[in-house]
Design a protein around this ligand. Sequence first.
Ligand code: GDP
Length: 297
Amino acid sequence: MAFESLTERLNKAFKNISGQGKLTEKNMDDMLREVRLALLEADVNYKIVKDFLVNVKDKAVGQEVYTSLNPSQMVVKIVHDELVALLGEKEAPLNFKESGMTVVMMVGLQGTGKTTSVGKITSLLKRKYNKHPMLIAADVIRPAAIEQLQTLGKEVGAEVFSLGIETPAVETVRQGLARAKESGADIVLIDTAGRLHIDDELMEELAQIKEIAKPDDILLTVDAMTGQDIINVAQAFHEKLNVTGLVVTKLDGDSRGGGVLSVRSITQVPVKFIGLGEKMEDLDVFYPDRMADRILG
Ligand code: GDP
């Protein structure tokens, strides 16, 4: 990655500081300027950066940073810890039902990796959790979506329920859930329709599916490569549906992932999984500390 890491930046800034070795309020500001640049470069939203810096400064001033032998390392540590806190501290598992069938609804704009993520999560559920998932193809807008899900279902070994594109999505979901219960599935994943932009019709359909399916989790896929736009999209979905988790896709690209921080801190919804490629095994549980390292570069 061509980014300069925050540690490098701070070391450089600290070398330029006169009076060697000691950190003062004045050169603390120089350091914070470097933190600010590093975060903006990582694509963190500027409003979030602003609040973040106030926090970091408060923490730094309150600690032994000023007497520390290596103040730039200390600042990096504070920044790192604050990022981890903002990213949610610990990994967030799916909301599995204690008994009975867990229902997961996947939502997101077209092209963000929604259908692919359904396949990947299914594969993970089978491999790591020994679950018996069933999939419902409720994207009746894009005909290829049903076939795509059927192909993925075959690949990962899960039944895919579909009534084709003629049946309304809500009806497909209703019948799909009945079929899943019959078949003894312990978890159902519903793939819903995405659009290129958020529109009322899409949101209404999703709200109806939510009403019927009563999902334990509503996962929103967001594409790490979309930059700042990620926030508006997530907000719109969250307002309408009360999303319970995020799946951030395409983190195998060269995005530093600052958008993840923005979307997490604005919605306050945990990131549950990250997508790291196009293959079915390219999915990982989200670990806030690893993400903080990535954002810091
Ligand atoms: P949907 O319209 O939201 O259902 O999106 P798809 O699941 O069809 O994915 C759109 C494209 O993104 C496909 O070419 C996927 O292979 C690709 N894709 C999905 N997730 C990832 C990911 O984590 N990394 C990469 N590199 N590509 C992904």
